[in-house]
Design a binder for this molecule. Structure first.
Ligand code: SAM
Ligand code: SF4
Length: 424
């Protein structure tokens, strides 16, 4: 979501006549787009901004702004704390960026544009450049209030975008060369729950699937409590819906899940995974999980490990619990020490590394469809793409196959990627 917000801001800046640079010494405007889900990324943002102090002293004309969820959460207090900043811009006010820049250029400093408009913003700028893979926001905000999570406070309550706008945006993207869309929302499977008469999420997927020229559809994130049978069955039915499901489980213990206010049990989660694999045996499943939540004992953590062993995820994003001010869990004692959190995280990540490698090795000798996205990071003579199951594959070739869907025989499964050869 933050990447997409960055793209939207870049598109607005391009409309104002700016060009992207990779060297901040030559930038006229610097935006630090931030995340506040955990404390570490928030601290990282402050440290990056601290480094710009010297830049500002050397070049007082450079405009520096903080954007994203830290901006929304801390608001004007950031201006007092960091004199380097010209403005603070929350994620619900991205469309005000051109106006803010005009004001700053006229000498107005200390602007704070945060909060949310009523209804859904209609100006979700589509980046003008051709994009092979594009993000498309279908909803913003979240109503779930998981006890550890700051998102509902910094992204606001759930608002779904009208389906006709979503479809029109995807149509326009496809006309400009997009082959794959990633639908974005904090909880996409509750899409339009507040909009009577609107399509449901699986109905929206079916309409998107019928857009001529679109090759691949992905979405993130889903919540197990809102996962419907119709959505599970959509994987067996819709030609362009990729066989990858990101379904965060957060914890393997029912006691912890309840304290997290997640609204499902370990058993329900496991039943959903079984059902997804019944309908689509080749589906790849990834998830988010946390360790060290308040009250998480050794037994609870063992249940998380057992769940990971049982499901054999294709990938796992794992985090140490980090108390966020304003959430319910922040009122409870953070009773797992940093040492315990680190140890649990290391055990979990080691287990997942073994599973990922084992599963990647199992793919050796199989044939996969790969969408070629760009040059391989490891070799100038190789290109990189992804399978429908979202695995990275490196294959021999050059820019002549960029953007192509190619058929690849997998030769080698590695820890983070696959290697293969194009089939003739
Ligand atoms: N909406 C998504 C969901 O419900 O799964 C995820 C949103 S959140 C931005 C991404 C991930 O960050 C979560 O799935 C969770 O694992 C992690 N996370 C959220 N709050 C956290 C916290 N206070 N400490 C550590 N990890 C956290
Ligand atoms: Fe946060 Fe829970 Fe909403 Fe996901 S569903 S954004 S974890 S409150």
């Amino acid at each position: 979501m933050n990447e997409h917000d960055s793209e939207r801001m870049l598109a607005l800046l391009e409309e104002c006549g700016y060009q992207e640079t990779v060297r901040w010494e030559e930038a006229d405007v610097i935006l630090v787009n931030t995340c506040t889900v955990r404390e570490k990324p928030e601290q990282k943002a402050y440290s990056i901004l601290g480094r710009f102090q010297q830049l500002k002293e050397q070049n007082p004309d450079v405009i520096i702004g903080i954007t994203g969820c830290v901006a929304q959460q801390r608001g004007a207090e950031l201006l007092a704390r960091m004199p380097t900043l010209d403005f603070v811009l929350g994620p619900g006010k991205i469309h005000t960026l051109p106006e803010i820049l005009r004001d700053v250029q006229q000498g107005i400093r200390g602007i704070c544009s945060v909060g949310f408009e009523n209804g859904y913003p209609t100006d979700l700028t589509i980046p003008s450049s051709q994009r092979l893979r594009a993000y498309v926001t279908i909803m913003q905000g979240c109503d779930n209030f998981c006890s550890y999570c700051i998102v509902p406070s910094v992204r606001g309550r759930e608002r779904s975008r009208p389906s006709n706008e979503v479809l029109a945006e995807i149509d326009a993207l496809v006309q400009r060369g997009t082959k794959e869309v990633m639908l974005l929302g904090q909880n996409v499977n509750s899409y339009a729950k507040h909009n009577p008469g609107e399509l449901t999420f699986h109905q929206l997927l079916a309409k998107i699937d019928a857009i001529p020229g679109l090759e691949r559809i992905r979405f993130t994130t889903s919540h197990p409590k809102d996962l419907t049978e119709e959505l599970i069955e959509a994987f067996g039915r819709l030609e362009h819906l990729c066989e990858h499901f990101h379904l965060p489980f957060q914890a393997g213990s029912n006691a912890v899940l309840e304290k997290m206010n997640r609204g499902y049990t370990r058993e329900k989660y496991l039943t959903q995974i079984r059902r997804l694999r019944e309908v689509t045996p080749q589906i790849s499943i990834t998830a988010d999980v946390m360790v060290g939540f308040p009250g998480e004992g050794d037994d609870d953590f063992t249940q998380t490990l057992e769940l990971v062993q049982e499901v054999e995820f294709d990938g796992l994003f794992s985090f140490k619990y980090s108390p966020r001010k304003g959430t319910r869990a922040a009122q409870w004692r953070d009773d797992c020490t940093l040492e315990v959190k680190q140890r649990r995280l290391a055990i979990l990540q080691e287990l997942q590394r073994e599973i990922t490698l084992r599963k990647n090795k199992r793919l050796e000798g199989t044939v996969k469809e790969v969408l070629v996205e760009g040059r391989s990071r490891n070799s100038p003579h190789r290109m990189m793409g992804r399978t429908r199951c979202n695995r990275i594959v490196n294959i021999p070739g050059g820019s002549e196959i960029l953007g192509e869907l190619v058929t690849v025989k997998i030769d080698e499964g590695l820890q983070n990627s696959l290697r293969g050869e194009r089939c003739r």
